[in-house]
Design a protein around this ligand. Sequence first.
Ligand code: KG4
Ligand code: ZN
Length: 343
Amino acid sequence: MLILGIDTSCDDTAAGVLRGPREVLSNEVATQFDLHAAFGGVVPEIASRAHTERITRVIERAVEKAGITLRDLDAIAVTNRPGLVGALIVGVSAAKSLALTLGIPLVGVHHIEAHCTAALAEHPDLAFPFLALVASGGHTALYDCRSPLEIEVVGQTIDDAAGECFDKVAVMLDLPQPGGPSVSKLAEGGNPKAVRFPRARVKSDPLAFSFSGVKTSVLYHLKGPGGRRDAPDRDDLETTYADVAASFEQAVVDALVTRSLAAVEAKGYADLVVGGGVAANQRLRADLAAKAPAGVHVRFPSMGLCADNGAMIALRGAQLLAADITSELDLDVSATGEPGALL
Ligand code: KG4
Ligand code: ZN
């Protein structure tokens, strides 16, 4: 079965082709970093317009690279929740047109469920149940993935997402967006123990995350005691920017590692799956692999399947289609929505 997956939930225009149930044939992404750079964050209207301009070419490229034609497709999977509404509408409209024209099924996919299950494509022995950590620019949460149709949140951030925190700290350190890769690169030359940034715990919920404290601590560290520096000044700082980047990165990674390992142990599962853009972080990968107890396998998707992409949407679509779940041509989009709930 050949499935085209489309994702336009935020600022990446993405399409990929999957030979079901797990073989990725292509995975094309057009990023928009340059368009949003001047605004310090994703501007929804600009994202929607850019998706409109690019979606057709990205789908064409995905189909070409898979070595097939549109007529070979058996189904279209598309992210319809959660995300920026105007951005989602572009992908969903393209998916509907294709499904209608080709006379094939359409299936709406939950973006986070797709991140949870993306690692299945590259780990043939991975099977439900497993625990998933999804850390991206918009989400940071732990999911109990009991079966393809039972994916439930067991702990989540009460404030910022981990990736969002990397992006904001990048602004403080004068680094380009997206912040994750640029902060990590700078951190390579720094001492992760130079500054002890807080590892906030949420008293009422041992599996919850909180990242706003570490972000604020970085700002105060850069401003100096009593906030005496109006603007961060590199020359007047006791630690280098690389030390700050490394110490910040370590604080975020420690929080992700401790909660993920606590959750997988509490469930008694043998597999911890990691997904979302932050899963590309090398320190997270190294620390999780080193600290996982015997009997727990940590499964990372390759870089192209970590960040937003179309192949993971096709893969999740394949799981839903296998359970006879399809969507009608009046499929709606939603900015929110918990995993597990069918729209
Ligand atoms: O999953 P994703 O592509 O899009 C969302 O759904 O948000 O994740 C993007 C996020 C950004 O915040 C980016 O800074 C972060 O993932 N990211 C990283 C790394 N690469 C990307 N964060 C930490 N370390 C990285 N190497
Ligand atoms: Zn995502």
